[in-house]
Ligand binder design. Structure first.
Ligand SMILES: *Cc1c(COP(=O)(O)O)cnc(C)c1O
Length: 462
């Protein structure tokens, strides 16, 4: 224990004195009296603790105005900071997945500023239904009879199960009992929805006869889960949605499919790996299909369920729908995003997710060449190269497929990992942080998602 030195305590300035100091006037103007006083009291307490524990004033104790200013600006940093996503993962869950189309951004700001007809029908001046407008659009795009929108696809799965199979058995292939990440595991969601899981088949092979044998008077649903975040290869067999829909029809049992990502356009036309489309499942007779708003669809976080009218009506009337419903901002962004699909010829320009996923390699390479020299000059401690790399779609989509791309890579001339970490850390501390990926002794900046090149150059080279 360091002996306490009472004269040190007297060096902690009193609040009143600090607030009268001219250096504090602009801080108070800017952040307001209460915030400044709160920070001053915090710092005084820290100073007292430092004297008690270390026997000295903290280093910042020499300039209180600067210490308060620093603390205020750190506190003013939003936890939702825009970053440059050069990780190579386009739909990065930790970075908020899909970036929104300009049309969606405009639609959201419009509904934020004024009251809107969210649940109000102008035709009969009565209460409308908040998913109505979107449902019509979704029916047009998917061929479904009706639709329901909730907070995310995890919520969609929970609602589908709770509203259609509570107290009953749900038949699922063992190979589809997936964990999507975090606490979302199909068996757990079943339990939460009050359903009993009836697994059929084996991890690698499930046959139509397995489903048929499982069906009894207790069966409420047959379910397909798209195994989007992993793939099983080799000796495998799954029953596809169309086959399962036929079994469901023959036995009079609804069939639901959790598609996960799902794409409303055929991605193979853009040279991307094919992803199942909700409209194809609806056409093959699946009763309900759910998918995410912010994965390949490229819209806001939302869970979209399309399917048969009577089943959607059950979902809409279920008490969980009230708890899981989407707000007007989500609905506005989703509507604007879906409208872009009505003009598919322009989708590659209008929808950022698709624009980034389909960026031409040559275009990315040309961008790399524009940036390369400036970075070589600015980072003499590193060997900076333009290298081939592979981007990922992300968000559990198409896990085995990679998109050829180009990256600026930084190899430390001293060969030390610490030098690399320091570079990455410096970039994370920028006003608009730059996020890359450390791999194979180099820091990689995959340029696929770099659209704002001028701002990027300015923030990194200044
Ligand atoms: C991503 C995913 C979910 C969860 O969707 P969120 O919109 O993230 O809630 C559920 N099921 C599958 C198969 C998924 O891929």
């Amino acid at each position: 224990m360091t002996p306490e030195n009472p004269s040190l305590f007297s060096q902690i300035p009193a609040t009143d004195r600090l607030l009268r100091d001219p250096a504090f006037t602009s801080l108070i103007d800017h952040a307001g009296h209460s915030q400044v006083v709160t920070v001053v009291r915090q710092l005084q307490a820290e100073a007292r603790a430092a004297i008690r524990e270390q026997g000295e004033l903290p280093a910042w104790g020499a300039d209180w105005a600067q210490a308060v200013a620093g603390r205020l600006s750190a506190e003013a940093q939003s936890p939702l900071r825009p970053v440059f996503n050069l990780t190579g993962t386009v739909l990065h869950t930790n970075l908020g997945r899909a970036i929104q189309a300009e049309a969606a951004v405009a639609a959201v700001s419009q509904v934020m500023r004024a009251p809107v007809t969210l649940e109000y029908s102008l035709d009969d001046a009565g209460r409308g239904h908040r998913d109505r407008g979107l449902a019509d659009l979704l029916c047009r795009l998917t061929g479904a009879e009706d639709a329901c929108i909730v907070n995310n696809n995890a919520a969609a799965v929970l609602l589908m199960l709770a509203a259609t199979a509570n107290g009953k058995e749900v038949v699922v292939s063992r190979g589809e009992l997936v964990e999507i990440g975090g606490a979302f595991r199909i068996p757990d969601v079943m339990r939460q929805a009050g359903c009993t899981l009836h697994e059929v088949g084996t991890t690698n092979r499930t046959h139509p006869r397995d489903y048929r044998a499982a069906i009894s008077e207790r069966t409420g649903l047959l379910m397909k889960v798209h195994t989007s975040n992993y793939s099983v290869e080799g000796f495998t067999k799954a029953v596809d949605e169309a086959e399962l829909a036929a079994i469901g029809q023959e036995q009079g049992i609804p069939v639901v499919a959790d598609l996960g990502s799902g794409s409303l356009v055929d991605l193979s036309q853009y040279g991307l790996p094919k992803e199942p489309m909700p409209q194809a499942l609806i056409a093959s007779g699946v009763s309900l299909v759910s998918f995410s708003g912010d994965k390949l669809l490229g819209g806001p976080q939302a869970g979209i369920i399309v399917g048969k009218r009577e089943l959607i009506a059950k979902l809409q009337q279920h008490p969980l729908k009230r708890a899981l419903r989407a707000d007007k901002m989500t609905l506005a962004a989703l509507e604007a995003t879906l409208r872009l699909y009505l003009h598919p010829e322009k989708l590659r320009q209008s929808l950022p997710t698709l624009r980034l996923l389909t960026r031409e390699r040559d275009d990315i390479h040309a961008q790399g060449e524009r940036l390369l020299t400036a970075f070589q000059v600015h980072y003499p401690a590193f060997t900076v190269r333009l290298e081939n790399c592979l981007s990922q779609i992300g968000s559990g989509s198409l896990p085995v497929d990679r998109l050829p791309s180009h990256a600026l890579t930084f190899t430390p001339n001293d060969g030390r990992g610490a030098t690399l970490d320091a570079l990455a850390q410096g970039w994370r501390r920028l006003e608009r942080p730059i996020l890359g990926r450390i791999y194979d002794g180099r820091l990689w900046l995959d340029l696929r998602c770099l659209e704002d090149e001028a701002q990027f150059m300015e923030s990194v080279l200044k």
